[in-house]
Ligand binder design. Structure first.
Ligand code: AMP
Length: 277
């Protein structure tokens, strides 16, 4: 992989990179398409990274379909797939991790305390191996995208981060490899997450900027689906993940909910209220 990238760089080619855990869907494809617009050659990594799963999570049963993934990448004109083995990425004595203080310990970091440490570590490693000019991430994982941007700034990585809007199913459910776990009933209920985000947007656009009231209404709506168990619903500053300032700045409305053992996340960004007047 290093040799390939070095060769591309020697030919002055711009390298775009899309990190994934495979089981590719339309959301991943929209990232690949964006990477292709930004670069001459696009690399996709397919790696189910063990360090971003907590021990009780779905690492072992995370869906995998490498044959289909390769076909999808070929259809999209991906120049190279990087698909390392675990012992390539983590030797027996791996001791070094990248950790973003604060921003990795809120929202999803509360119920997944070691998750973002795994994400920043693997992405740092992939950046060092692939040395892309651009790396493309999805807005669906809004906290992840912000943490990666912060890591790039703080550790002086020479890569530009691009974030692509969330790609959704027809009924609004954000596409995710984990949607495969849902039973038919759960799949029918799961679009309540997006409906609750639309409700938030609707309230906000109608002039209700009381985020506590908005969260309460979202909670009530999600609770109408008996299969849903809310992990969190939060409104934070969309750039810093700190306290929101809905009048002046963008607000990220983010949520996570379980359908049985399947944990789904979604979010939207509300514009500064002052721009709506
Ligand atoms: P994953 O394979 O789930 O680790 O995701 C790889 C990349 O695809 C991450 O940057 C995700 O944010 C992005 N992604 C996943 N689902 C979607 C989606 N529905 N829309 C846009 N990007 C997505």
């Amino acid at each position: 992989m290093r040799g390939w990238s070095k060769n591309q760089r020697a030919q002055n080619r711009v390298i775009g990179f899309v990190p994934t855990m495979g089981y590719l869907h339309e959301g991943h494809v929209s990232l690949i398409k964006r990477a292709k617009e930004l670069s001459d050659v696009t690399v996709v990594s397919i790696y189910v990274n063990p360090t971003q799963f907590t021990p009780d999570e779905d690492y072992e049963r995370y869906p995998r379909d490498l044959k289909k993934d390769h076909e999808r990448c070929a259809d999209e004109g991906v120049a190279a797939i990087f698909q390392p083995a675990n012992d390539t990425m983590y030797g027996d004595h791996h001791k070094t991790f990248v950790f973003s203080e604060g921003i990795s310990q809120i929202l999803c970091g509360i119920s997944r305390p070691t998750h973002f440490r795994g994400v920043t570590t693997i992405v740092a490693k992939l950046f060092n191996i692939i040395r892309p000019h651009y790396a493309v991430f999805g807005q669906k994982d809004a906290q992840q995208a912000l943490i990666i941007k912060k890591m790039v700034t703080d550790l002086n990585f020479d890569v530009k981060i691009e974030v692509v809007p969330t790609f959704r199913e027809k009924d609004g459910l954000a596409m995710s490899s984990r949607n495969k776990y849902l039973t038919e009933t759960q799949r029918g209920e799961a679009n309540v997450l997006y409906r609750s985000l639309l409700l938030a947007r609707d309230m906000f656009f109608r002039g209700n900027h009381d985020l506590t009231a908005i969260k309460k209404s979202m909670r009530a709506l999600i609770e109408t689906e008996s299969g849903a168990r809310i992990d969190y619903i939060e409104c934070v500053n969309a750039q810093t993940l700190g306290p929101p300032r809905p009048e002046q700045e963008e607000t990220l409305v983010a949520l996570a909910a379980f359908f049985d053992k399947t944990r789904l996340i979604d979010n939207i960004i509300l514009p500064p209220a002052k721009t709506l007047k």
